[in-house]
Write a protein that binds this ligand. Structure first.
Ligand code: FAD
Length: 368
């Protein structure tokens, strides 16, 4: 049976878009060259950092829209998959570098916090020379999403094919032909959700369209390596909120594990974990919260974020007919998944988007 939509990439973005489309009656096939949710979406810290003052301003409306969709997104995943995706923390303390102060305005979910108030919320906090914000911001463990999202998508009717790589896409009037490791597949439309690899898919347009092969939609996505480590606290109540500076973050899981991240590196597709990077992260973490110094390291990893030059996602139609892009979510793909799914469905159905999407257009000057 021919699918309405073929999606390349079974990370949080591909699967969330697939789930949204399948729930609304489309026949959707997701082609994942490895295992679903095993790349950036597995490697993430899981902060839903909609109010992080380090985010580009243009991200605010999409980030807040996504945050507003999160409760229903999580309950849908839990209902369909019968797996829990618990919220791990409900607030974050954001700090500046030493000697700096914030230039952002308070919002409904972001207020200034005096250093002594910050220390009341996080015991042993090193406040010297820093300013603080108190954020209403949830965090999740992406490993919970990794278990729930593929199961939920399958339950909603998505045809999820693992170990099937997409090589190229040929756009035709009214349809697409997708060349894969399992042979050619026809569909009504195609969405590139390949994360850090989105720029490597080829488009082969049929004459009389231009015949020169190029990356599909000229997806200007480059990998941004992130290294992380996890320490274990003997007493989980020692750290109950996310603690974040522009250089490092500490994300407690509620069970004693604290994720410390992350580097942001232009290192191609390299995913090695380097001791020097982990030591630098630990030193930055101990500088603001000394108890990490005596906690044992229990895990470390590296993942590849899909980065763009302006730090904004790429959401919309590609230059080829019937082809779409939903990628480039950089540091916020976990946060932005529900909104990405909603706006992509709107675009594909030809509706006016819920929020302005010009900043995320595939062919914006800063992007391609
Ligand atoms: C260290 C780190 C920390 C992070 N922390 C956070 C955080 O706290 N909060 C947050 O919101 N975000 C965070 N992120 C960012 C977030 O993880 C990403 O933005 C998000 O996971 C991107 O999702 P994706 O589905 O686009 O990419 P991915 O999860 O990488 O999925 C892309 C998929 O496409 C598949 N694929 C690639 N090429 C092909 C092909 N040719 N054919 C078929 N399949 C293909 C890959 O195998 C992969 O499974 C973090 C990322 C990292 C690395």
């Amino acid at each position: 049976m021919t699918s309405d939509i073929v999606i390349a990439g079974g990370g949080i973005i591909g699967l969330s878009v697939a789930l949204e489309l399948a729930r609304h009656g489309l026949r959707v096939r997701v082609l994942e060259r490895g295992r679903p949710m095993a790349e950036a979406s597995w490697a993430a810290a899981g902060m839903l950092a909609a109010e992080d003052p380090e985010n580009p301003d243009e991200l605010a409306s999409l980030a807040r829209y996504s945050r507003s969709l999160y409760p229903q997104y999580l309950s849908l995943l839990e209902r369909l998959s019968s797996r829990r995706v618990p919220v791990r923390t409900r607030n974050a303390v954001q700090a500046t570098r030493r000697g700096a102060s914030f230039h952002c305005a308070p919002t409904e979910t972001r207020s200034f916090l005096a250093p002594e108030q910050a220390r009341l919320r996080i015991g042993a906090l090193e406040t010297g020379g820093r300013s603080f914000l108190w954020l209403e911001e949830l965090s999740l463990d992406p490993r919970d999403l990794c278990a729930a999202l593929p199961a939920a998508a399958i339950k909603a009717g998505v045809d999820l094919e693992e170990r099937t790589a997409v090589y190229s896409v040929t756009a035709k009037p009214g349809s697409v032909q997708v060349a894969t490791s399992a042979g050619a597949i026809a569909a009504g439309a195609f969405i590139n959700c390949c994360g850090a690899w989105a720029g490597s898919l080829q488009s082969l347009q049929l004459a009389p369209l231009q015949a020169a092969p190029g990356p599909i939609g000229e997806a200007a996505v480059q990998p941004r390596k992130g290294q992380m480590l996890v320490v274990r606290l003997q007493d989980p109540s020692q750290l109950q909120y996310v603690l974040r500076t522009p250089e490092v973050y500490l994300v407690p899981r509620g069970d004693g594990r604290v994720v410390i991240g992350a580097t942001v590196e232009r290192a191609g597709f390299d995913r090695e974990v380097q001791s020097g990077a982990l030591h630098r992260l630990l030193a930055l973490a101990a500088d603001i919260w000394p108890p990490v110094q005596t906690a044992p390291i229990i895990e470390s990893w590296a993942g590849l974020r899909p980065g763009t030059e302006d730090g904004l996602p790429i959401l919309g139609p590609s230059a080829e007919p019937n082809c779409w892009l939903a990628t480039g979510h950089f540091r916020n793909g976990i946060l932005l998944a529900p909104a990405t799914a909603a706006v992509m469905r709107g675009l594909i159905e030809g509706r006016t988007p819920e929020i302005p999407l010009e900043a995320f257009a595939p062919h914006r000057p800063a992007c391609c």
